[in-house]
Design a protein around this ligand. Structure first.
Ligand SMILES: C[S@@+](CC[C@H](N)C(=O)[O-])C[C@H]1O[C@@H](n2cnc3c(N)ncnc32)[C@H](O)[C@@H]1O
Length: 308
C-alpha cells in the first residue's frame, strides 16, 4: 500500500456549512485558509478527553475485531481519531480525509512527530461527494464531521462503497456546545440560553447537526448495531488545559451570539474571557460537560434469494 499523500481537490464553494462545534459563519472553504482557532480546540479536546476516547476506541475494537488493517478517518481535523485508532490497532494504517488542506498539514506534522508518518496518508476531498479511490476499509471513523456534509445521503453512500463487506462505521457527534459553569454560577441558565441560540443558528445554517443518524444510516443501507449517548465530564481537579479549552470555545461562539442573546448575557459571557476575576482560564470550579452520541453500523447484508 502506498503511503504517498494523495490530493483530490473537490472543495465546494457554495453552500454554507459551519465548521466547529460552534462557529456558524464559517464555510467549508474558510477553514482551508484559516482554521481559525479550531485546531487548538480539537487538540485540547483530544488531550482532555483522552480516557473517554480510549474507552470508545476499545468499544470499537470489540465490534471490529483485531484484524483491522485499513481505517478511514473522515473529517479528520488534526487527527484526534487517527492517533487514537492507530494506538488501538497497532498494525493498521489510516487514510485521513479532510476538505481542509490546513488541517491535513497539521495532521501530517503531528504524525511525523509521533513517528507515525508511514502509517498515515491524507486525502484532501469533500467527503460529501464520496471517497475517491478508497476501497476495502475495515473501519470508517467519522467524528464531529458528518453534520458538515451538505448531502449526508451521498456521503453515507460513499462510506458504504469504501467499506469492505462486514466493515464497521463508527459515527460520533457532539450534542451541542459543551458547558463549563458550575451550577449557580453566573446568571442562571446563561449557558442554556447561549446553547439554545446557537442551536437555532445551526438549524438555519447546518441542518444536519443534531440529525437522527440512526435513521439516516438505515436509509443509506447500514444496519445500526449500537447507538449510545454518553456524558463526557471533567471536574476538579481539572486537567491542564481545561481553562484554555473553555476560553477558546467561549471566544469562538461569542461572535455568533450578538443579537441572539440579550445584552446582559453577552456581558456575562464577556466576563468569562476578559482576563478578570470570572475568566475561565483561572478558575478551578469549572465542570466541563458535553454529550457524545455514537452510532456503530455495518453495511446491511444483501438478502440473497434462497436456493431451492
Ligand atoms: C469539528 S472538526 C472534527 C475533527 C475531528 N474528526 C475530531 O473529532 O477532532 C470537523 C472536520 O471536518 C472537516 N470537514 C468539514 N466538511 C468536510 C467535508 N465536506 N469533507 C471532508 N471534511 C470536512 C473540517 O475541515 C474539520 O477538520
Amino acid at each position: 500500500m502506498a503511503h504517498a499523500h494523495q490530493h483530490q481537490h473537490q472543495h465546494q464553494h457554495g453552500a454554507p456549512s459551519a465548521h466547529a462545534h460552534s462557529h456558524p459563519h464559517a464555510h467549508s472553504h474558510d477553514s482551508d485558509a484559516t482554521p481559525n482557532g479550531l485546531p487548538e480546540i480539537l487538540d485540547l479536546d483530544a488531550a482532555l478527553f483522552a480516557p473517554h476516547l480510549t474507552a470508545l476506541t476499545g468499544r470499537i475494537a470489540c465490534l471490529a475485531g483485531d484484524d483491522v488493517r485499513h481505517i478511514v478517518d473522515l473529517g479528520s481535523g488534526t487527527g484526534t481519531g487517527t492517533f487514537a485508532l492507530l494506538e488501538q490497532f497497532p498494525t493498521a494504517r489510516v487514510t485521513a480525509v479532510d476538505s481542509s488542506p490546513a488541517m491535513l498539514e497539521l495532521l501530517v506534522s503531528a504524525a511525523r512527530e509521533r513517528g507515525l508518518g508511514d502509517r498515515v496518508r491524507t486525502l484532501e476531498a469533500d467527503a460529501g461527494a464520496g471517497l475517491p479511490g478508497v476501497v476495502d476499509a475495515d473501519l470508517v471513523w467519522a467524528s464531529a464531521s458528518l453534520h458538515h456534509l451538505d448531502d449526508p445521503a451521498t456521503g453515507l453512500a460513499g462510506i458504504r462503497a469504501a467499506l469492505r463487506p462486514g466493515g464497521l462505521l463508527a459515527v460520533a457527534e457532539v450534542d451541542g456546545m459543551p458547558s463549563f459553569l458550575p451550577a449557580g454560577s453566573g446568571p442562571g441558565e446563561l449557558e442554556a440560553r447561549c446553547r439554545a441560540a446557537l442551536d437555532g443558528l445551526h438549524a438555519e445554517r447546518m441542518p444536519h447537526r443534531g440529525a437522527d443518524w440512526g435513521s439516516l444510516l438505515t436509509a443509506a443501507g447500514f444496519s445500526v448495531e449500537q447507538e449510545r449517548a454518553e456524558p463526557w465530564e471533567l471536574r476538579a481537579p481539572l486537567p491542564e488545559g481545561a481553562g484554555r479549552y473553555a476560553f477558546l470555545v467561549i471566544e469562538r461562539i461569542r461572535g455568533s451570539l450578538d443579537g441572539r442573546v440579550d445584552a446582559d448575557d453577552l456581558a456575562a459571557l464577556d466576563r468569562l474571557i476578559d482576563g478578570g476575576p470570572e475568566d475561565v482560564r483561572h478558575r478551578d470550579d469549572l465542570v466541563v460537560r458535553s454529550t457524545r452520541r455514537t452510532w456503530m453500523a455495518r453495511p446491511a447484508q444483501e438478502t440473497l434469494p434462497s436456493r431451492s
